[in-house]
Ligand binder design. Structure first.
Ligand SMILES: [Zn+2]
Length: 200
């Protein structure tokens, strides 16, 4: 029987993080549906080791996350394993986070964005990174077409849909509720991030 040991709600357009020990389960829930969560994992011991989508693509031979498979770090070690998914199964590890320049291009200067949210979260977590690592974009529905272009699909997750990861090394898991109205059905909405521990 699993019980929740840490649980935070990430507001729409916001960010949050949890500290997760090896062997625990991290769960991310889309509370209202159609919401992408950008996710990062940073090793607790050395903040220069973190989940690398490029390393994961290389070692898995895949463009997108797959249930049962690990995400690898900048040092080629598993940091999270994808163990549960109640959603339709669309997740991305090809896109960078949304940023101020993207929204400025669309005429929305000063719009909240995942890049600013990442730096706000790591500041509270005591992590200093000069640059933002590329995220895993949970629930993001942007598969590739055979010609190599991306298909920008509607985010399909329903209220309560969640994913779970087994934690393979002590780490911090950071999530931003993606700020894009375009891919999040009109508004960014809250998500829940939890660390769950199996108890005997
Ligand atoms: Zn975003």
């Amino acid at each position: 029987m699993a019980r929740s040991t840490t649980s935070i709600e990430i507001p729409g357009y916001g960010n949050g993080f949890v500290v997760a020990g090896k062997g625990t389960i991290v769960r991310l829930t889309d509370l209202k549906g159609n919401q992408v969560g950008d996710l990062w994992a940073i090793a607790a011991k050395d903040h220069d080791e973190y989940l690398s989508t490029a390393t994961t693509r290389m070692l898995s031979g895949r463009m997108f996350p797959r249930l049962g498979e690990p995400f690898f770090t900048t040092r080629d070690r598993p940091i999270l394993t994808f163990v549960k998914d109640t959603s339709p199964g669309f997740h991305d590890m090809m896109f960078a986070s949304c940023c101020d320049a993207l929204y400025r291009k669309r005429g929305a200067k000063g719009h909240p964005n995942c890049r600013d949210n990442y730096f706000a979260a790591i500041a509270r977590a005591g992590v200093r990174h000069a640059n933002i690592p590329d995220p895993v974009n949970i629930f993001q529905n942007t598969p590739a077409r055979p010609d190599g272009s991306f298909l920008y699909g509607v985010t399909m997750s329903a209220p309560g849909d969640h994913v779970e990861f087994r934690v393979e090394m002590d780490c911090m898991v950071i999530v931003t509720a993606c700020s894009s109205e375009r891919i999040n059905a009109g508004a960014s909405t809250p998500m829940r991030l939890e660390v769950r521990k199996s108890v005997a």
